[in-house]
Design a binder for this molecule. Structure first.
Ligand code: ZN
Length: 468
């Protein structure tokens, strides 16, 4: 008994160490190598949106070297390196890159390599410099390294493992899968539905023991109040609906898709109670409102005209979106009125969570139902503004808050000296009008400048690929 167990442990230990070394070397060589010969990147005369508080630092010089901001000072007060690549930022605004906290990357299926690379680029082209991929596969671990080294153009990738669902049937299986995912190097565990309570509890215990955080859906057998003890983020407000209603009043209601049919019975005092409970538990929410609008509200006759970004998606993906939503709404028990109420209650939940001081993270769930990667975070931000957040508060959910979530407040999420140079240059003040955050003049990733012209050239290439 003992011998094989020890042998296994030793082998595993070595494997982890070797993989860690390879990753460290790859990232180290990649970045150092890439940056060694690069001149400094300098923005002159630019208005900085630092995101430390609601303010603009007008007419500043920002100096970037080796992927970091090394100087930020009023114009004329910064020393600009001789051979620097200077961008005239006059009249423009430099803000931190955005995080898409419920992203997806295409999996490892045949022919998906190009699509996966395109998706990474689409995120970046829309100012997304960090994507938290919420359904992982081994191919994403490799992609995470490619993106970290700059070998692939796109955001930093934080990757969940393959999802935990009803397919995990016993506590022993759950424990085994948690261990495997931790060992494989995934950043977090993604939970789906269907786990029974015993398996769920075994999983969360194993997650803690393996230092893995838990995010995603909340199995009905667990429920939100119980899950709040263990989760780092709850996504889609999953399983919140049952907490907002009187269970006796709704005993005969079949909640359906995310419990939407319960929405007409939601009670204000219950919304406040669960919002405070969420705040006290320190659990973040990633609402992903835009997919709910896709399910219940988007006009199928006009959406393709309203969203020119569909041209950057493989046509079969877009077709799949139309099929899903069409079938969903054609369902025998589809209830439009309950759907409308559901969208309203969710806006209320966003506002209440925000008001009581619970944490919100920007996440739209792309590429799902009409959400083209990158483009959809800007639609998501508009919905959060509809819920009552100010542009500054909305921008925090995609910058400062994700940094907090990752424990990297001094690494990214703000524009300040010493921070990572993952930035977006936009043509108007996003604090005055949130839509300015999508009026992008260029993106900085790893300290490298991607001008509007560069971005457009590659976008055109992608559109051409799918036009044929
Ligand atoms: Zn998702």
């Amino acid at each position: 008994m003992e011998f094989p167990a020890n042998a296994t442990r030793r082998r595993k230990g070595r494997r982890v160490l070797v993989r860690g070394l390879i990753a460290a070397v790859a990232v180290g060589i990649g970045l150092a190598g890439a940056h060694a010969q690069e001149p400094a990147l300098v923005f002159e005369g630019v208005n900085v949106v630092p995101m430390d508080e609601e303010r603009v630092l007008e007419d500043h010089t920002v100096v970037i070297e080796r992927g970091r901001i090394i100087e930020l000072a009023p114009a004329g007060e910064a020393s600009v390196p001789e051979d620097a690549n200077v961008v005239d930022g006059n009249g423009q605004y430099l803000m931190p890159g955005l995080a898409e906290m419920h992203a997806h990357m295409p999996g490892g299926g045949p022919g998906n390599d190009q699509y996966r690379e395109d998706v990474a680029f689409l995120y970046l082209a829309n100012g997304v410099t960090l994507a938290r991929s919420m359904l992982g596969a081994p191919v994403h671990l490799a992609q995470r390294e490619q993106l970290a080294s700059g070998a692939m153009v796109g955001p930093r990738l934080v990757s969940a493992g393959p999802g935990f669902s009803g397919g995990v049937e016993t506590p022993a299986e759950a424990i085994q899968q948690v261990r495997e995912q931790a060992e494989a190097g995934y950043d977090l565990l993604k939970i789906f539905w269907g786990l029974d309570r015993e398996t769920f509890d075994a999983m969360v215990k194993a997650a803690k023991a393996n230092n893995m955080e838990i995010s995603g859906h909340v199995p009905a057998a667990a429920g939100v109040p119980h899950a709040l003890q263990y989760y780092t983020t709850i996504d889609h407000f999953d399983a919140y609906m049952p907490t907002l209603v009187d269970p006796e009043e709704t005993a005969d209601v079949n909640g359906g898709f995310f419990g939407y049919r319960l929405a007409p019975y939601a009670k204000q005092d219950r919304i406040e109670a669960i919002a405070k409970h969420t705040r006290d538990a320190g659990v973040w929410n990633v609402p992903t409102e835009t997919i709910m609008y896709s399910a219940f509200e988007v006009d199928l006759d006009t959406v393709a005209d309203e969203r020119p970004e569909f041209q950057y998606m493989p046509p079969d993906v877009v077709e799949g979106w139309f099929d899903w939503v069409t079938n969903f709404r054609a369902g025998e028990d589809y209830d439009q009125e309950a759907g409308d109420a559901f969208l309203e209650v969710r806006l209320d939940l966003i506002a209440t969570l925000h008001d009581v001081g619970a944490g919100l993270l920007l996440g739209s769930d792309a590429p799902q139902w009409f959400n083209v990667p990158g483009f959809s975070v800007h639609r998501e931000m508009a919905v959060m503004e509809d819920a009552g957040l100010t542009p500054y508060e909305v921008l925090k959910t995609g910058t400062v808050n994700p940094a907090k979530y990752l424990g990297e407040e001094d690494v990214f999420g703000r524009v300040a000296k010493g921070m990572k140079a993952d930035l977006v240059l936009v043509n108007g003040n996003p604090l005055e009008d949130l839509s300015n955050a999508h009026d992008i003049a260029g993106v900085v990733r790893h300290g490298r400048w991607h001008s509007r012209a560069d971005l457009d050239a590659r976008l055109e290439e992608i559109a051409e690929r799918y036009a044929n």
